[in-house]
Design a protein around this ligand. Structure first.
Ligand SMILES: [Zn+2]
Length: 211
């Protein structure tokens, strides 16, 4: 099917916008690929707190969110491998090594964001390799739809874990800004982290179905 350029709809929060976003992905991106295993990587751990404001630490938010994604994906019939299930530190090469250990797998690293001044807001999903773009776009679209967070888009970056996970599609999700007091207030609630997890899991499951 030939696809023309499509202008972005006025609202990025509606279900219609989600469909537009996914249509763009289907039209322009490399095909999704078969997989039965999801490697989930909760960012940071132990002495590496990640973004931290007061007693709110990214390492805790990321682990809780990742566990919720794990549960949802298992319910959907996928195998899940966690790089960490506890508050431990795993060096970045060790995380990428797990991402490269399995064939027929994808790798999803889960983080929360930080910027100086606290003005940053919204969610964004990073890819490094071209083959990872479609997975990033699916996760980003469902994450925005499920949470109504502002859409910072799909971005390219050379973060270690997604650059060095070469065997499989690999993405890194930033689920909102710890440094933004409004977003921090939301992410301290289980209800918000549940929605984040649902968005990520729905993105993964839809990416799989699109294959
Ligand atoms: Zn992080």
């Amino acid at each position: 099917m030939a696809c023309a350029k499509i202008s972005h709809p006025s609202s990025h929060r509606s279900f219609g916008a989600l469909l537009w976003a996914l249509l763009l992905v289907v039209c322009t991106a490399p095909a999704a690929r078969a997989f039965d295993t999801v490697v989930l990587d909760a960012g940071h751990g132990d002495f590496d707190r990640g973004a931290a404001i007061g007693y709110v630490y990214e390492k805790h938010l990321a682990l809780d969110t990742t566990r919720r994604v794990e549960e949802l994906l298992k319910k959907a019939g996928l195998k899940v491998i966690m790089t960490r299930s506890r508050d431990v530190f795993i060096p970045l090469p060790g995380r990428a090594a797990v991402g490269n250990r399995y064939g027929n797998a994808i790798f999803v690293s889960i983080h929360y964001n930080y910027n100086r001044g606290g003005s940053g807001s919204g969610v964004e999903t990073y890819h490094y390799s071209t083959k990872s773009y479609t997975l990033a776009a699916y996760i980003q679209a469902y994450l925005v739809q499920r949470t109504s967070m502002s859409n910072r888009g799909v971005k390219h970056a050379s973060f270690h874990v997604i650059r060095e996970t070469t065997r499989n599609p690999a993405v890194l999700v930033e689920c909102g800004f710890v440094s933004n007091s409004t977003e921090r207030g939301r992410m301290m609630t289980g209800e918000f982290r549940k929605r984040i997890a649902e968005g990520i899991a729905q993105g993964i499951v839809s990416y799989k179905k699109a294959n």
